[in-house]
Design a protein. Structure first.
Length: 580
């Protein structure tokens, strides 16, 4: 810890009192705690809430004439800087090279008074060393990020003693053996190497920016895959013989029934990785060769609440912002699972969240907690369905209501009644495009006159992967080769040679060529002409035709604009959108 830094003849506690960071009374309380339990004074002061880590580090840095740096807020460190100092040195000395300016190498240290380490770095690199102070925990997390997490799957597996005959294939637990001794199952789940493997899988997913983890059992193998930017990537998996122990460990973490192997189960895990709290939604599904576990990672830091960052086209965003400010009506967001509907709704509610507005949501599950918004978790097992929750909301004096999904006619009817009685209602619906939502409501048994009286806007969306900025390269194609996608001469200003881009693959993007995703939006404002078509029960293609005539940008057109702006690739456009 950084309070090991030498501060001359005065003790750390006395100096903190001198400058008014803590009081004499707080110091004496902390010293008494130190006397009784031991430990470093700085850690005790932080544990007791008398001082925060960043204040302590900034103070220590000032005493040593060095700056304090928060590595969590520091930008990406270049590869050439990281490669200047070997992993053994950074781990042993708890330091990290972070910048190179000419002949000066900036190094973050938890103990900037470690002159021996500084001298070693000077000799090793041939550079002048500039020291900054940083949290030991942040340095460790950054080392794991840039040098790789200590303890690979192979390292952990070496710890496991292989008893005689353990190399034989492990048989799948038969259904009649499903009631295996719970104590034995718990023991398997609490085995130290299994805990390390589970932690490695979870921390690896967070470091890779994965949205989901899939642990899949097959006859002779176990497969682990991360979904990164919407695409599954296989990673190193533990051997088949550890399958039951690993699943038991995850069940224990999610507070599920570890003795139940025949029925699906759902749970939640909250973990802390790299100083970030991550929620995991856990789903366990029995398969022919064991239980498959899928975990959805919900990272509050990854939630974009600024509508301008989601991927709206300029004219589309204006239409969207105009309609979300209306006092009542229904706004529907459509698209398949994993298309970013929840992010769009959360971002919209965050923009509308004001002290004078009462916002209530019912979700299954509540993915992210938004300050100042009343969020309710649906629970069908106890009768708290979307319809039942929505019915109760109307007695809670709401201004804005968000329903996770319109799944049935009952929910749709209550949502319509809420809109008719002066509420603004947001919800999601599973359709392929925006015009299809109107037909879908009709098919659910909702009378067209009710649909046209309440629905004011429908949004369809898809997520496309964005080209990695580190390995992006441009190339030219003939217009004739892309015009079949829907690219018009107007979109390319009549050019015959079009410059596009792609990612060649690098360490930053794990050799995928992509880093991050943006949404393509199709926003349909329900106009008088569209209302007339809905009342006539017109087919979807006619509604779409009129919407396009009135200026609606389709999903394909939105994706093509990102292609021509060199944000995404041809393959992504074809993967997520259909030709018109």
């Amino acid at each position: 810890m950084a309070d090991e830094v030498k501060l001359g003849k005065k003790r750390l506690g006395d100096l903190l009192v001198e400058v008014g960071i803590i009081t004499e009374e707080q110091l004496q309380t902390a010293l008494q705690e130190q006397k009784e339990r031991g430990g470093k004074l700085g850690q005790i002061l932080m544990a007791m809430g008398f001082i925060t880590e960043d204040v302590l580090l900034a103070f220590l840095g000032k005493q040593c004439n060095v700056s304090y740096v928060s590595l969590n807020e520091y930008g990406e460190i270049p590869d050439n800087v990281i490669k200047m100092v070997p992993e053994t040195i950074v781990r042993n000395q708890k330091l990290l090279p972070i910048a190179l300016n000419g002949n000066e190498l900036t190094v973050a240290m938890s103990d900037p008074a470690n002159v021996f380490a500084i001298d070693d770095l000077k000799m090793m690199t041939g550079k002048n060393i500039k020291v900054v102070i940083a949290s030991e925990a942040e340095i460790k997390n950054a080392i794991d990020k840039y040098y790789g997490a200590k303890g690979s799957m192979q390292d952990i597996l070496r710890e496991i003693e292989t008893p005689e005959g353990a190399d034989e294939e492990v048989e799948v637990v038969k259904e009649e053996d499903a009631g295996k001794d719970i104590i034995a199952l718990e023991a398997e789940g609490e085995d130290a190497p299994v805990i390390k493997i589970a932690n490695l899988i979870l921390s690896g997913a967070v470091s890779a920016g994965a949205s989901d983890i899939h642990i899949e059992p097959f006859e002779k193998t176990l497969r682990v895959r991360y979904r990164i930017d919407g695409v599954l990537h296989e990673v190193t998996a533990p051997p088949k013989k550890l399958q039951n122990a690993l699943v038991s460990r995850l069940k224990i973490m999610a507070k599920l029934d570890i003795a139940e192997h025949r029925l699906p189960q759902d749970g939640r895990i909250k973990i802390k990785v790299q100083n970030r709290e991550i929620d995991l939604r856990v789903s366990v599904l029995p398969t022919a060769f064991g239980e498959k576990v899928v975990m959805r990672l919900l990272d509050p830091e990854s939630l974009k609440l600024d509508l301008t960052q989601l991927g709206f086209e300029e004219e589309t965003l204006k239409v969207y912002q105009k309609n979300i400010e209306v006092p009542y009506g229904i706004i529907l967001v459509t698209g398949p699972t994993g298309s970013g509907k929840s992010t769009t709704l959360y971002s919209t509610l965050a923009n509308l969240n004001k002290p004078e507005v009462n916002i209530v949501t019912i979700e299954d599950p509540v993915e992210y907690v938004l300050e100042g918004i009343n969020q309710v978790q649906a629970n069908a097992e106890i009768g708290l369905t979307f319809a039942e929750g929505l019915r109760s909301f109307l007695r809670q004096d709401p201004d804005i209501i968000m329903v996770g999904e319109i799944r049935d006619t009952e929910t749709a009817e209550i949502a319509i009644n809420a809109a008719l009685t002066g509420h603004l209602v947001f919800s999601t619906l599973h359709t392929n495009d925006a015009p299809g939502a109107m037909t879908r409501l009709n098919n659910m048994g909702i009378e067209p006159f009710l649909t046209t009286s309440t629905v004011i806007m429908v949004i369809a969306q898809r997520l496309v992967r964005i080209i990695c900025p580190k390995c992006k390269e441009e190339f030219e194609v003939d217009y004739d080769k892309i015009k079949h996608l829907g690219v018009t001469p107007e979109m390319v200003d009549g050019k015959t040679k079009i410059t596009l881009a792609r990612g060649t693959g690098c360490d930053f993007c794990s050799n995928t060529g992509y880093k991050g995703r943006k949404a393509c939006f199709e926003v349909m404002e329900v106009s008088d002409k569209i209302r007339d078509l809905v009342l006539e029960r017109a087919p979807t293609h006619l509604i779409k035709q009129v919407a396009r005539e009135e200026g609606m940008i389709t999903l394909r057109e939105a994706a093509l604009r990102k292609l021509l702006r060199q944000e995404t690739t041809l393959e992504e456009v074809l993967r997520v959108t259909f030709t018109e």
